[in-house]
Design a binder for this molecule. Structure first.
Ligand SMILES: Nc1ncnc2c1ncn2[C@@H]1O[C@H](COP(=O)(O)OP(=O)(O)OP(=O)(O)O)[C@@H](O)[C@H]1O
Ligand SMILES: [Mg+2]
Length: 259
């Protein structure tokens, strides 16, 4: 795969805030998430602190049930914390209501899931256009931007295919194009290679590498050390807290390794 770097996905300045160079893009302080299941409480996050700067490429690792997806969902404004403070791009989002969160989710966040989450009956192009429909972008611009995003992931020739007519890796690339089409501040990926074989996973890591080199901020949850080794920083979660936070000295460059 040779993802095209000709059309830059580097995002436009955020309309939400004017953060100084010093302020992190993601600033999380003492974040708690408690799920109530009848009489039982599950403390999925127990006072998590995390700062991520613009342009970072971070892997999040940790055992099953340690709170990785919970943290990603809070960062992605899919859910609200029980307690604590989350500032995204200079904006305190931990206190916002559902309408405002939905807008931030649409404009600031690109989410990629393990199971792709594409609409089965829509074409690749229509899937990628969806976030722009929610954002109220006019049809002609929508189409042009969706095509540009598909070109970035090297799938323009599959624009009229439905998900069932694509390979697993191609489906995930459509999902990545959909995540990028709004030019979000952050790309969040929760186990993006969990359903892919190792050669296809490598294609996705090549794509992330290109997106990182173009200035995108990427957070990727993974169980696999091989995948985490592509990032520049590895954050480990245990029992709902950050247990380790390490810089990767010699990140694996997918584009130069063999499948
Ligand atoms: N919607 C929910 N309602 C109740 N409990 C939940 C909910 N989502 C997660 N949990 C619980 O919160 C804890 C953290 O779950 P989370 O999904 O964040 O873990 P994870 O680190 O992503 O695990 P995995 O690696 O298996 O995906 C777990 O104990 C889980 O059972
Ligand atoms: Mg998870």
């Amino acid at each position: 795969m040779t993802p095209s770097a000709s059309s830059s996905p580097s995002r436009s300045p955020s309309p939400l805030a004017h953060p100084s160079d010093e302020s992190p893009l993601i600033d999380i302080v003492d974040l708690w998430k408690t799920y109530r299941m009848g009489a039982t409480e599950v403390h999925a996050l127990r006072g998590t602190d995390l700062q991520v700067r613009d342009g970072e490429y971070v892997a999040i690792m940790g055992p099953s049930g340690s709170g990785k997806s919970t943290l990603m969902n809070l960062i992605g404004c899919l859910d609200s914390p029980t307690k604590g403070r989350y500032v995204l791009n200079g904006r305190v989002v931990s206190d916002l209501g559902e309408d405002e969160l939905a807008r931030i989710r649409n404009q600031e966040i690109g989410f990629v899931f393990q199971t792709f989450n594409l609409l089965a009956r829509a074409t690749a192009l229509q899937n990628v256009e969806l976030p722009l429909i929610y954002a109220g972008i006019a049809p002609s611009e929508r189409r042009q931007r969706a095509e540009e995003a598909l070109r970035q992931v090297d799938l323009l020739d599959r624009a009229s295919h439905r998900p069932s007519e694509l390979s697993g890796g191609q489906r995930q690339r459509v999902a990545i194009a959909r995540a990028l089409v709004t030019r979000p501040a952050i790309l969040l990926a929760d186990e993006p290679t969990g359903n892919l074989d190792s050669a296809t996973s490598r294609e996705i890591m090549i794509l992330f590498e290109m997106l990182h080199s173009l200035g995108n901020t990427i957070l990727v949850v993974t169980h696999e050390h091989d995948i985490a080794a592509h990032a520049r920083r590895i954050v480990s979660i245990r029992d709902g807290r950050i247990a380790a936070d390490e810089r990767v000295e010699n990140p694996t460059l997918a584009s130069t390794t063999q499948a």
